[in-house]
Design a protein around this ligand. Structure first.
Ligand code: DGJ
Length: 726
């Protein structure tokens, strides 16, 4: 069993293959966090080891029997109102106006497997022996509040998934102001705060800053996880590299307002808080009601960032993504967006599809502009009825014609949105998120549907399903192109208005659950102006996500590298677009654009009819090559070998079964700087590998220790080598 309770010492051990997480119950009341890190078999529960030095004479001694104070103690689920003055995980107001909570240990349960999280995405098990779960219950005796802390141990994957459920077992209302999903501690402050920051078209750049004593945090208040800060945090030793050193990862499985915070106190103890952002959050919990907070996935690696990422990749690829496309190879697609934008008709789409079919593309995706009277982004969202001016015979007929070519057909939707110039808005002006009497601020000329409302959710499910039901559609791109302002709902009572940000996300999850389960054969790809909501929560519904609206191959190296900190390559939509690139006007070779896109779910985002014959020959080769390696990229272990944020080139490698795919990209050439030696990882030292093009035979030990040399003598060049194990 990976979970042990030592009743004598009052210690809880959560063991994975290589890590341990230890808690204790002090004085039968206080649940303390004692340790998370490399595996420890026997923990000495020694008060001398608690971080209590430096207590000041005026510190409230609220654990009187030990002369201790929660002021400095590592409370596993800290709440506001005691001598612990750091940022609490839990904060609520009670009917008497008090905002003080005292949570005391009340019991535990250990069971095999893992429970579903009601209404929320979460990692799962397929059989009970894949994981064990510990639930610890804490109670506030005065108010009847019950908090259940859940820890699922995926021992083989070295992962601990935490979540929190709150129940009101009292008679009075509880107004929850903060209910974070995880608090953990590191007992010194010599770490770097590592996070993924970005913007539209520049998503998930890796940033590292040393911890300060005080608070460091990233968050989102946009009712989407956002382009700006991913719901992810790593704490890494300053010397940690890709393959060495201690790294702790915290990945929140949630798509709304989030917070990742480190609060370092006066004795250098770092409290790490992760969960729903308390800013703009409030939840009224009546007697008997429950609230489920989302899951946080933790891992500890003493082998650097690479090992941390590979653990996330494996877990998310196999036990977060669901449905038939989890394991199936995904189609090579062509999307018309950058080829036509809104300016297309059936003839144009069919000509793109025909050419694509002739080179081996498997799926034609029709992007924005097929419905209502949408010739620009200023109208029609919500009216999911085909525009007969562009497609006179309708979507069914177009989809059928594409199917007749021998390709699958996919369609773009932006279901969560409503244009003011739409029949839906004219009929239901109250269906958008708004506050009576206040201006409704448009973004990209659109407002957001109020998905906290049942009627709106039902309309959405019905209108999207209607299109999917009557046409042979095998793929949906689900877009979402704005953040939410003037947050208010006509349907919620005043005391529940602040619940809207979370209720909106629950509404999105509800709609996605209904639509994806009604159409299990459809491949769903998420999108949010590119990667504006590319988070672990979304992977539960969509196996892949449009990584960024930036399709420039060189920009994509940074974006895909940063994204791979947490997300598997199998989840990253990556397409070849035209040059000069539409976002940065850079011209890169078609070969390089191909090699970059092949590190994700591969496709094209241009009109292949505009290419020269030579280019078309290369496209054919690209598709053959991608089909040869796609299972390796989809299911293989990814090793990042050269970091684009730190040099003039980058390289990564995928290893699956007997195949190794090595990709190398030059960003900027420099004169006379010598060759770059890339040492492979994850091979068997004692085996031999043959490189496909040259048929050269290398030992695993040679490839891993001597490596392969590449020259950075031309900007934007790339190489892709395939090795087969002998
Ligand atoms: C934003 C997406 O990221 C693009 O790929 C495209 O689908 C447009 N929306 C369409 O409006």
């Amino acid at each position: 069993m990976s979970i042990i309770y030592d009743n004598k010492e009052k210690l809880f051990y959560l063991h994975t293959r290589k890590t341990s997480y230890v808690m204790c119950v002090l004085s039968e009341k206080y649940l303390l966090h004692l340790y998370y890190g490399k595996k420890i078999d026997d923990f000495i529960n020694d008060y001398e080891n608690y971080p209590v030095s430096g207590e000041l004479p005026w510190t409230p001694i609220d654990i009187g029997e030990y002369g201790l104070s929660t002021n400095l103690l590592p409370m596993e689920y800290p709440c506001y109102g005691s001598a612990d003055f750091r940022t609490p995980a839990f904060h609520a107001e009670y009917e008497n106006g008090s905002a003080v909570t005292k949570l005391e240990y009340s019991g535990y349960e250990i069971f095999a497997g893992k429970k579903h999280l009601e209404g929320l995405p979460a990692t799962y098990v397929e059989t009970e022996d894949e994981a064990d779960t510990l639930e610890i219950t804490l109670c506030d005796n005065l108010t009847g509040l019950k908090v259940v802390l859940s820890y699922t141990v995926f021992s083989e994957l070295d992962i601990i998934a935490k979540s929190v459920r709150v129940k009101n077992d009292g008679n009075e209302k509880i107004n929850i102001k903060s209910v974070l999903s995880s608090t953990t501690y590191l007992f010194d402050n010599e770490f770097e705060f590592v996070h993924l920051e970005g913007s539209w078209a520049r998503e998930r750049n890796i940033q590292k800053k040393p911890l300060i004593n005080g608070i460091m945090q990233v968050d989102s208040k946009r009712v989407a996880s956002s382009h700006y800060h991913s719901p992810f945090l790593a704490l890494a030793r300053p010397y940690a590299t890709e393959n060495q050193g201690e790294v702790y990862g915290f990945s929140l499985v949630y798509s709304g307002n989030h917070i990742e915070q480190v609060d370092v106190n006066e004795v250098d103890v770092a409290r790490i808080n992760v969960g729903i952002n308390p800013f703009g959050f409030n939840w009224l919990l009546n007697a008997e009601e429950e609230f489920q907070a989302p899951e946080v996935v933790l891992t500890y690696s003493d082998k650097g960032f690479g090992e941390m990422s590979r653990r996330y990749h494996k877990l998310y690829r196999t036990r977060l993504v669901r449905g038939k496309y989890r394991d199936l190879e995904r189609p090579v697609l062509i999307n018309n967006w950058e080829a036509t934008y809104f300016d297309f008709n059936e003839e144009k789409i069919l000509s793109i599809a025909k050419k694509a079919k002739s080179v081996g593309v498997e799926l034609m995706v029709l992007d924005d502009g097929w419905f209502g009277k949408r010739n620009s982004d200023n109208c029609s969202l919500g009216d999911w009825v085909v525009d007969r001016n562009k497609l006179p015979d309708g979507i069914e007929s177009l989809a059928k014609k594409v199917s007749d070519l021998g390709m699958n057909f996919g369609l773009w939707f932006e279901p969560e949105m409503i244009s003011e110039d739409s029949d839906l808005y004219r009929n239901h002006p109250d269906w958008c998120i708004h506050i009576k009497g206040r201006n409704r601020t448009p973004a990209r000329n659109q407002l957001v549907l109020d998905l906290s409302r049942d009627d709106v959710r039902d309309y959405l499910v019905e209108s999207v399903s209607k299109v999917l039901k009557y046409a042979p559609i095998s793929y949906v791109k689900w877009d979402m192109n704005r953040n939410i302002t003037e947050i208010g709902s006509d349907k919620l009572p005043s005391e529940r208005q602040q619940e809207l940000p979370h209720r909106y996300i629950l509404g999105v999850y509800n709609v996605l659950e209904r639509i994806t389960s009604a159409f299990p054969d459809v491949l769903f790809e998420g999108c949010s102006g590119g990667g504006g909501r590319f988070d672990a929560g979304m992977l539960y519904y969509y196996p892949q996500y449009w990584t960024s609206d930036n399709t420039d191959a060189i920009e994509r190296l940074f974006i895909q590298y940063g994204t791979s900190m947490v997300m598997p390559s199998s989840s990253m939509g990556a397409h070849i677009s035209t040059v000069p690139n539409h976002q940065v006007e850079r011209t890169t070779p078609l070969k390089t654009r191909g090699h970059v896109a092949m590190a994700g779910q591969f496709g094209y985002e241009l009109d292949l009819n505009t290419l020269t014959d030579d280019e078309i020959e290369l496209v054919k080769e690209q598709i053959i090559q991608y089909k040869e390696i796609r299972e390796v990229v989809h299911k293989g272990e990814m090793y990042r070998l050269r970091n684009p944020f730190e040099g003039r080139n980058t390289s990564w490698e995928f290893v699956y079964k007997d195949t190794v795919v090595l990709m190398y990209y030059t960003i900027f050439a420099r004169c006379m700087l010598g060759k770059t030696r890339v040492k492979l990882l994850g091979l068997d030292e004692n085996k031999y590998y043959v490189e496909k093009n040259t048929q050269k035979r290398y030992s695993g030990s040679y490839l891993m220790n001597m490596g392969i040399c590449f020259c950075d003598n031309k900007d934007f060049e790339s190489n892709l080598l395939i090795f087969k194990e002998e």
